[in-house]
Ligand binder design. Structure first.
Ligand SMILES: Nc1ncnc2c1ncn2[C@@H]1O[C@H](COP(=O)(O)OP(=O)(O)OP(=O)(O)O)[C@@H](O)[C@H]1O
Length: 256
């Protein structure tokens, strides 16, 4: 499994939101997509799921996503969208079940393999205690973990998670990053859009830094999160320490 972006561009309305972005994502690697608000990270993620039209090429296992059926793409690339609102008062268990939809023939019921995948996802996202709750009545953090469980239930070889740490307490943030890292170690292509640079640096094998719709740096956290990049992209002064296994970042303030 591999995902490749070649000179990808996305226009929304009259705005060029993604411009000439190229990157490739290999199995066994947890890649963080980082960059400031409005940089185009979510749009790029959505383009990889063929949810917005793009120019250039987005290839999943060498096949252009725009030519794949929705179900075929959904089976290969699981997606955790950013800040999804839930409209239907389904139980958590039913909601996680929806992750199996790409595997089901029309009108067919879930089978043993589906049930096993649902149970694994519930376990790994730590939502067993919420199983019978109505999903629309959950807290923001509980909902985030349930939606992650739904994405995990797909058991796709690739996972794209857009801000999977939003609304999570520090313990669950660590759980989710360890889970994503575990997916990558098990051979998955795992991509996470992240705002927390400390978590990104600690857990990701690689970071892709997006600014103004394009890739401005791509490499290990230490290569990407330099004071110069943080200043030019985020407009912040930061101290980056490289003493441990990963860079630690202390934000000092806005650059003047
Ligand atoms: N439907 C749309 N029409 C026009 N512009 C849009 C539309 N949707 C998003 N945009 C703009 O595209 C740009 C990129 O948005 P995107 O959500 O991809 O950024 P992001 O990097 O994920 O930001 P954030 O970190 O704030 O979530 C933003 O400036 C946004 O205002």
């Amino acid at each position: 499994m591999n995902i490749r972006l070649e000179n990808v561009a996305v226009a929304l309305g009259k705005r060029d939101v993604v411009r000439s972005a190229s990157a490739s994502f290999a199995p066994g690697t947890l890649t963080g997509i980082v960059g400031p608000n409005g940089a185009g990270k979510s749009t790029l993620a959505r383009a990889m799921l063929a949810l917005v039209p793009h120019a250039g090429r987005i290839l999943v296992d060498d096949v252009e996503v725009a030519t794949m059926s929705r179900a075929e793409l959904a089976k290969r690339v699981a997606y955790l969208p950013q800040g999804q609102t839930l409209h239907w008062p389904l139980t958590v268990e039913r909601l996680v079940e929806l992750g199996r939809l790409p595997h089901l023939a029309p009108m067919s019921r879930i089978g043993e393999a589906d049930t096993a995948a649902i149970e694994r996802a519930i376990e790994r996202a730590d939502v067993a205690g919420l199983r019978d709750r109505v999903a629309t009545e959950l807290s923001g953090g509980e909902r985030a973990r349930v939606l992650l469980a739904r994405a995990l239930a797909v058991e796709a070889p690739a996972l794209i998670a857009d801000e999977p740490l939003a609304s999570l307490d520090p313990g669950h943030q660590i759980d989710v990053m360890e889970l994503l890292q575990g997916e990558a170690r098990a051979g998955g292509v795992v991509i996470a859009v992240l705002h927390d640079l400390t978590m990104a640096a600690r857990y990701c094998d690689r970071l892709v830094l997006i600014d103004n719709g394009t890739v401005v740096a791509d490499g290990t956290p230490a290569e990407v999160l330099t004071p110069a990049n943080l200043k030019s992209v985020y407009g912040i002064d930061a101290k980056v320490e490289l003493t441990g296994d990963w860079p630690t970042i202390t934000t000092l303030g806005r650059s003047r």
